[in-house]
Design a protein around this ligand. Structure first.
Ligand code: AMP
Ligand code: FE
Ligand code: FE
Ligand code: ZN
Length: 287
């Protein structure tokens, strides 16, 4: 029997993906995946719909991608932690995620105000409506810029003239050490998403990853489209040194990105370690 195909990082319309949670799990099965994780930004809102729509033979890992910040240097560095199989009702985690989602809305509206002050005719209420209740982010503003005919692609909207620099504002994220602590307290398993992706912006030093490993970080995402082969190799070596598990994932966002489901995958051994370490939601959901 061939090894199962496991993709542990995908987004739905519960955040900045373009497929609904139900469409996402059906697309995952069509793509030939055996295991898929739903990891929307700062929310578990897509979990139930994804479980309900699970097709036979597909296993769902319930997760989230948490917006974090490291305050060890000035200005603080944003980073993403994937959290798997945590208790979605853990009170402090619920509070923290709600706070981050609200901070995203405050920041999004301010970005739109800056754009409008420069004569760009896009509307925040329209962007919120298009997000349909999902966690809002810059990709939703990018979509409005595309609808207005100002840029052709999401990639162009993330360029320096637009959301990548000129109209980029920080958001209030979760302190990364607090996030690791909260994910563990909720029975979840924290994995550092695309830790070495220099093309996305500033990255954190390896010394921080050493500290996070001591604080309870379980793994590092190595294979990801934003890592060069050298960056992925560096992450793998660091993980081996620290005894951390290694994942690979598509970070699928539907049409907000060009990457396909299953473009990168995780070895069954690493997946088993995640499942064994989790105690938040009971077991994994299978269709
Ligand atoms: P935000 O969470 O609002 O800061 O926006 C970051 C999100 O935008 C990421 O999760 C990606 O989905 C997306 N993103 C970041 N950089 C790019 C890029 N260069 N092209 C397309 N999407 C991007
Ligand atoms: Fe995203
Ligand atoms: Fe991310
Ligand atoms: Zn992601």
């Amino acid at each position: 029997m061939s090894r199962p195909a496991i993709d542990l990082h995908t987004h739905s319309t519960a955040s900045d993906g373009t497929l609904s949670p139900a469409e996402l799990v059906l697309a995952a099965a069509d793509a030939g995946l055996d295991v898929v994780a739903i990891t929307d930004h700062d929310t578990t809102a897509g979990w139930d719909a994804a479980v309900r729509a699970l097709p036979p033979g597909l296993t769902l890992i319930r997760g989230a991608e948490i917006s974090c910040r490291w305050h060890g240097i000035e200005p603080a560095v944003p980073l993403h932690l994937l959290a798997y199989l945590f208790d979605p009702d853990h009170p402090e985690l619920v509070t923290e995620l709600a706070r981050v989602r609200l901070a995203r809305e405050v920041r999004g509206e301010r970005i739109v105000e800056l754009l409008r002050a420069d004569g760009v005719d896009i509307s925040w209420p329209e962007i919120m409506a298009a997000a349909g209740g999902g966690t809002v982010g810059r990709p939703h503003i990018a979509a409005a810029l595309i609808r207005a005919g100002l840029v052709a692609t999401t990639t162009e909207a993330f360029g320096a003239d637009w959301l990548g620099e000129r109209y980029r504002l920080p958001k209030e994220d979760v302190d990364v050490f607090r996030a690791v602590e909260l994910i563990r307290a909720a029975g979840g398993v924290p994995v550092f998403a695309h830790p070495r992706a220099t093309r996305r912006g500033r990255i954190v030093p390896d010394e921080l990853i050493v500290e996070l490993a001591a604080a309870g970080l379980a793994g590092l995402e190595a294979d990801h489209e934003d890592h060069s082969p050298a960056e992925a190799a560096h992450v793998r070596a660091l993980a081996a040194e620290l005894g951390l598990l290694v994942t690979g994932s598509s970070d699928f966002h539907g049409t907000h990105k060009t990457v396909r489901l299953g473009a990168h995958t995780t070895a069954p051994e690493a997946y088993e370690r995640i499942v064994a370490a989790a105690s938040g939601v009971t077991g994994v959901a299978s269709g």
